[in-house]
Ligand binder design. Sequence first.
Ligand code: SAM
Length: 445
Amino acid sequence: MTPKQLSATLDILNSALGFNAPADAVVSRHFRENKDLGHKDRAVIAETVFSMLRHLPQLEWIAGSTEARLASTRELLLAYFTRIKHLNVRELPSVFTDEDKERAGAMKGMALRDAPLNVRAAMPQWLVDAMLAEGQTEEQVLAMGLAMLQSAPLDIRVNSIKAKREAVAAELKAAGDINTMPTPYSPWGLRVEGKPAINKYKCFIEGRVEVQDEGSQLLGLLSGVKRGQMVTDFCAGAGGKTLLLGAMMQNTGRLYAFDVSEKRLANLKPRLARSGLSNVNPQLIASETDQKIKRLAGKMDVVLVDSPCSGMGTLRRNPDLKMRQSAASVTELNEKQRAILKSASRLVKNGGRLVYATCSFLQSENQAIVREFLASHPDFQLLDARELLAKERVEIALQDEYLQLTPAQHQTDAFFAAVLQRVSAEKAKAQEESAMLSAEDEAAE
Ligand SMILES: C[S@@+](CC[C@H](N)C(=O)[O-])C[C@H]1O[C@@H](n2cnc3c(N)ncnc32)[C@H](O)[C@@H]1O
């Protein structure tokens, strides 16, 4: 690492470790304000910052952080070079003094296997406590933590109204010698080798591809949207899922894209223009109970709730989130999740589908929200994601009726989805009675 790269890394870390803004925003701002940093400098700096954020609980332990004494950024960097990059004392950048080098020797001797679980899993204590309280074992916590230390692959989704997957793969190979592989589950996905700047390529500029994790792409299949339907993407944000749903609808029907964030919806506009979709109606709402929503009650074939969540499933990409969230922020999100799901459900017509999704592995944001909703909404039933995906010829290992993806098992972000279907209240009651009767018959036999 050159002195220039090192000094920029320290500057960025000093801001990012305040956790007042997302780390990727801090990095982008620094690069915007320091135009002298070249392409290679930027790659080295970003890689170092994100890798340090991923390993932060380990680095803090190695650098001797305690509640009473927080390690300095420089000490954390020393711990990173010594223990994560495995540099020996002679290879350390010249800014480190002889005293630092002596420290580095001591750091090398610290045995991580003797460290507390949260250090070994590189997770903050609140997250480990939450996972253990939900019944995860220490091994499961450790496996999830270690999987989140890897950097995520770059997945793109081919816009099916503009191109075919094979043609885009050939185009990227010809344009930039970029190698891709079809994603194992999504029929529209390509996993891109290396991390080329896809947004510089014609296929991106002309809307044939969008960057999208394969897990998110599977939501499209679970939604089951079809041509000509009435569909709502309730938390559309910058429209990652909206664009997918619109393409699956083959630019027909009507697709409402709601969100409470004007800024996020504004980011959807250029993506929509590139995509060639004209069936999307973006609408800013004041809250989940906005009047605009009430007018659409009972009219939707499909409603997707890609709910605001802790983002714990995306820690490979956004490692600082584990330090920016807390037990209290998750509890606050749970309130929001309940309220949004309840409101969004009112839009679904009889026989229609409601898909609830998060990019979190915490059950409190996932199964618990869905179970609570089902208990108070007998007119909704849980469909089995395994059956729905099998019908789409997707062979995927899932534990139960929920879609629950993990980086270790599926090479995607940790992603959750539950698919619910609205049945009439009478039908739900009749089904419940018949289930009770058969249970009684079985008991009698
Ligand atoms: C997980 S993000 C959505 C990402 C988006 N679907 C995509 O694929 O790019 C959650 C979104 O929910 C929005 N949101 C938060 N509170 C909301 C509410 N009460 N009603 C609707 N959307 C809300 C946030 O602004 C955020 O854009």
